[in-house]
Design a binder for this molecule. Structure first.
Ligand code: PRP
Ligand code: URA
Length: 208
């Protein structure tokens, strides 16, 4: 599947602020949420809807509403947690599943340490969220895991992605639609995205 890379001035503006090393934890978290909401508007454009009857003050009309419970938000811990509210702003009743994954600092291989998913995951559109797609190892492993639990329709949302990470996900899971706010140049020798924004988890939670 193709990758959606956003070309909206508001998203560009907010990503520029996000990258800035002088942006502090509080504003960093707000920006992550705002960018996620803007991206989610597009990523949710095919969620199931149904027709309902609505009485206006003047007459009754048939209107379109979103089917409740059709979307699951799946943050990859930790940094993905920072994006959850950005989607809940649009879909407050969406259930949240958590996948715990961290990159081994030496091998850059993902290590899974937690998985708790909503019931009937096979019936939901699963939106995996993680601000950073670097080697793609964590995203590929998270998608593997979701599929093992029966998920059939999966989307991946990342704020910053390296070309190699996008390629890795597309190769392993060509059925997964990817949404990226900005595609960066490359990875450095430690597997960090350039120009990037540093360690997203640390910047969201203030751990460094
Ligand atoms: C970061 C990021 C992704 C992963 C991306 O998490 O949030 O999950 O690295 O790298 P990859 O594409 O090479 O797998 P990290 O492992 O630093 O864990 P954290 O969110 O707990 O800080
Ligand atoms: N994880 C991050 O948080 N930042 C990167 O640049 C790469 C992986």
């Amino acid at each position: 599947m193709s990758v959606v890379i956003f070309d909206h001035p508001l998203i560009k503006h907010k990503v520029a602020l996000l990258r800035d090393k002088h942006t502090h934890t509080n504003q960093f978290r707000e920006l992550i949420e705002e960018i996620t909401t803007l991206m989610a508007f597009e990523a949710l454009n095919d969620i199931p809807t149904k027709e309902v009857s609505v009485a206006t003050p003047l007459e009754t009309t048939t209107q379109t509403v979103v089917v409740e419970n059709s979307v699951a938000i799946i943050p990859i811990l930790r940094a993905g947690l920072g994006m959850v509210n950005g989607i809940h702003t649009l879909l407050p009743t969406a259930k949240v599943g958590h996948i715990g994954m961290y990159r081994d600092h030496d091998t850059l291989q993902p290590k899974e340490y937690y998985c708790k998913l909503p019931e009937k995951i096979n019936e939901k559109i699963c939106i995996i969220i993680d601000p950073m797609l670097a080697t793609g190892g964590s995203a590929v492993a998270a998608i593997d895991l979701l599929k093992k639990h029966g998920a059939k329709k999966i989307k991946l949302m990342n704020i910053i992605a390296a070309p190699v990470g996008i390629e890795a996900v597309q190769k392993a899971h060509p059925d997964v639609q990817i949404y990226v706010a900005q595609k960066d140049r490359c990875l450095n020798e430690n597997g960090y995205i350039l120009p990037g924004l540093g360690d997203a988890g640390d910047r969201i939670f203030g751990t460094k």
